[in-house]
Design a protein around this ligand. Structure first.
Ligand code: HXC
Length: 514
């Protein structure tokens, strides 16, 4: 009898706390076009899979009238559940409870679920919707952030960490997402900045909206802080599910494989690259002719579009693509695209995902802006990431592979396991025009018709060097292949690489050009 009574009491107690900040605050949340923290968790996870922990945790702050404030769940919901059957740890900050602000107990709920994720070796997903450090708690809140950042760093490369920005993510709070592997944002809802508009106006006298300062589009397109951009929370959760389905759940596993499917793109792989080598095309059309069901989950779609990165499947197994995009800046490497590619390569290497590089680019972007922005340091990250990676690494030279770009884009010299080139490939130290102008300068200058002579010399250079056969004759290219053979050869190369084991010198850790 008493057990029954206690069960009723428990249910009542739970219902009160699970209401979060109450009707008024929930209405405000909904009026802003946002789901509540609980709705978000339930929408993202498989039905009936969520189990909540630490529901009854309470803050212990006594100053500034906090002793009279009950904060349900201390403003954050934590627990475990599944996505497509795969277990995950999750937390969601509840903005209806004191603006989702982070105090010490709130932080400790988060660090507890992070510790759990690391111990169980399952992904950790954090939904951020918070006014930042709980001002009344002062140092306790700062300590809490520090403890979260420390765990983000320990978990890096061990379990996938996903951050979802579904409201404000202000002040030091931004650094947890920045330390995680994938950041998701939603148009009109995500706001992420170190210093808010009010402070900027006071200090700098500049008026700026939250949207312009750190809205979803800003982070997806300009800063590169966000990897995935969606127009609604529902679309965002769909993207997270797709990602979780494609990646391994920890660094000791491979991604779950599914039934193989043929590509279904209606484009023909040998028709995509234009006959004129100066004409651009969309490299994603080539990726779609290669992947199962022609599916490709692009990462960082809107940022640094001169390189394309993302995941697909070949015969049911997850692979990663890193591809120059001739549609933007001729597919050059610059500061942003180098950062984009290098970080992605390191993620794939940590999580046992083979990397397929599709190369068509004239080299690093020249110019004072790039040099001053640090293209040397940023560009070096690509060399570092490819050289360091021990997962199977396959390169297909589609067209241009010039100069530093040839080396950087997973060349044989950085440890590529397989190097294929299409017959139109141009592999040389620089483009024919530039090369002819330098090495035949004397002949061109002395000619009666300099333009005609330049054309002759450019043609001579193209015939001699702008093809894949010089590189193939030195063994730097393993095979010159027909475009239609590409998928079969990739499948073969991947199956040959299944037991790949690559040694690296023993060290505490390397020092990449951060
Ligand atoms: C305590 C906070 C809070 C905070 C919001 N609230 N942020 N309480 N500490 N950091 C409370 C509000 O007082 C309010 O309480 C409720 O949450 C909802 O907030 P509103 O302001 O009414 O909501 P809205 O108008 O939507 O504005 C949201 C906001 C704004 C833009 C996030 O609240 C804001 O600017 N907050 C402060 C953001 C900030 O500067 N954070 C940085 C803190 S320092 P009531 O009771 O009225 O409902 C920091 C450093 C960490 O984070 C460093 C770690 C390394």
């Amino acid at each position: 009898m008493s057990l029954r009574k206690n069960i009723v009491a428990l249910r009542r107690k739970k219902a009160i706390v699970q209401k979060g900040g109450g009707d008024e605050a929930i209405e405000k949340q909904i009026s802003m076009g946002k789901m509540t923290a609980r709705e978000r968790i339930l929408s993202l996870l498989d039905p009936d899979s969520f189990h909540e922990y630490d529901l009854f945790v309470e803050h212990e702050e006594r100053n500034f009238g906090m002793d009279r404030k009950a904060l349900p769940g201390d403003g954050v919901i934590t627990g475990t559940g599944t996505i497509s059957g795969a277990p995950v740890c999750i937390y969601a900050q509840d903005f209806t409870v004191m603006g989702g602000s982070l105090g010490l107990k709130h932080a400790r709920k988060i660090t507890k679920i992070m510790d759990h994720a690391l111990k169980m070796k399952i992904p950790c997903i954090g939904i951020n919707d918070s006014g930042g450090a709980r001002i009344q708690e002062g140092i306790g809140a700062l300590a809490g952030y520090g403890e979260i950042f420390y765990r983000n760093t320990l978990a890096s490369g061990v379990i996938p960490q996903i951050s979802v920005i579904l409201g404000p993510c202000a002040g030091g709070a931004v650094y947890s997402p920045a330390l995680t592997d994938f950041v998701f944002v939603v148009e009109g809802i995500s706001k992420m900045f170190i210093t808010g508009p009010n402070v900027i106006e006071t200090v700098l006298g500049e008026k700026i909206s939250q949207e312009n300062l750190g809205g979803a589009r800003v982070h997806a397109e300009i800063t590169g802080n966000a990897h995935f951009y969606a127009l609604s929370e529902k679309e965002c959760f769909q993207q997270i599910k797709e990602l979780i389905n494609l990646i391994p759940h920890n660094n000791e596993q491979k991604a779950v494989s599914i039934a193989p499917k043929r590509p279904k793109s209606n484009k023909k792989i040998d028709n995509i690259i234009p006959a004129d080598p100066r004409q651009p095309y969309d490299v994603r059309d080539i990726i779609h002719t290669l992947t199962d069901d022609s599916k490709f989950l692009e990462v960082h779609e809107l940022w640094a579009p001169n390189i394309v990165i993302g995941f697909g499947r070949l015969d049911g197994e997850t692979v990663a693509f890193v591809a120059n995009q001739p549609m933007y800046l001729a597919g050059v490497l610059d500061c942003d695209s180098s950062n984009k590619a290098a970080r992605f390569i390191r993620f794939c290497d940590s999580f046992n995902i083979p990397i397929i590089t599709l190369e068509d680019m004239p080299g690093y972007l020249p110019g004072v802006d790039q040099e001053h922005a640090g293209v040397i340091r940023h560009g070096a990250k690509v060399l570092y990431a490819y050289s360091e990676a021990t997962v199977p690494k396959i390169t297909v030279v589609l067209r241009k592979a010039y100069g530093g770009g040839y080396i950087a884009m997973n060349s044989r010299h950085l440890g590529a396991d397989f190097m294929f080139a299409w017959p139109d490939a141009e592999i040389a130290v620089m483009g024919p025009e530039g090369a002819a102008n330098i090495i035949f300068r004397k002949e061109i200058m002395e000619a009666e018709d300099q333009d005609a002579m330049r054309q002759v010399k450019v043609k001579e250079y193209i015939e001699k060097f702008a093809n894949p056969y010089v590189a193939a004759s030195k063994g730097f290219i393993d095979a010159v292949i027909e475009p239609t053979e590409t998928r079969e050869l990739l499948l073969h190369a991947l199956s040959v690489s299944k037991n790949k084991y690559d040694h690296r010198p023993v060290k505490k850790h390397g020092i990449p050009p951060f």
